[in-house]
Design a binder for this molecule. Sequence first.
Ligand SMILES: [Zn+2]
Length: 312
Amino acid sequence: MLTFCFRTRCARTLLATMAAVLLALLPSAVVAQTQRSDNRVARTTAVQPVRAAKSKAATKPKPPKEPAGYSEIVPGLERATAAAETQGPKPITAWPTGRKLIALTYDDGPNPTVTPELVALLKRKQVKATFYLLGESLAGQMRTAALLQDPLFEVGNHTYSHKQLTKLDDASVERELTRTEALITSATGRRARTMRPPYGANNQRVVEVCERLGYKVILWDVDTNDWRKRTVDQIVQTIVSGTEDGSIILMHDRLPTTVPATERAIDALRARGFEFVTVSELLSLPRASRAGTAARPAGAGAKAPSSAATNL
Ligand SMILES: [Zn+2]
């Protein structure tokens, strides 16, 4: 009897202990389950950084409005959007070749005062450059645009009315480009092979429409922000400190700073061993990695760069 009682008490104590252990384990099991759920949520949100960035941007106070025609924004959000989509063509921000070749680019012209002065400077210095012409500027400046027939220069398409292409339907994007293209051809006898979207605003659909019409979409990796009333010193400093092999430098040929800043930047960049080419010349060369400065030797088994790997 004593033995039975002892065993029963033992069994009861054992059962009580097991119950206590189970109760103690239960909350941690629930916590573990919750943590797994949180991880799932985290994983779900991790693949949507662009959406998160958009909502964050939407709540930010808007910067003061720039004068009409003087606004170019850094295309960070649009670039992130493009980068998030892995399929299809992408805009180009830089094209390193391992040869310290770079491209000066000028948007929104032609301008009746600045463009001829800039053309004269570039010809005197024998510097190649690319001009992204705006249809609305071209319409009254066909003779100025004719100055860009010189072999030093490439002409590109910057649309007709400087609208944000991501807000237009496909047919409107096409009209913006074809209307300007007709003026470019009429003024220079050339066809634009590259285009730059106003404000850098792009998405997969816009890039595909542009590529279907025969344009490579060109952004930039060095933004002078010259339209923000920067001094010549500030512009030159931005260019010199930001330029790397394959850089595409963004300026505007409609500002009083454009010509003096260009002149000083050319001298400083040449002193650092950079050479100037047009955007299309840059893109015609095999793309190298910026980390490794040596270009891949031709015929050494180097594969032609695929669009997914090379377009930034
Ligand atoms: Zn522009």
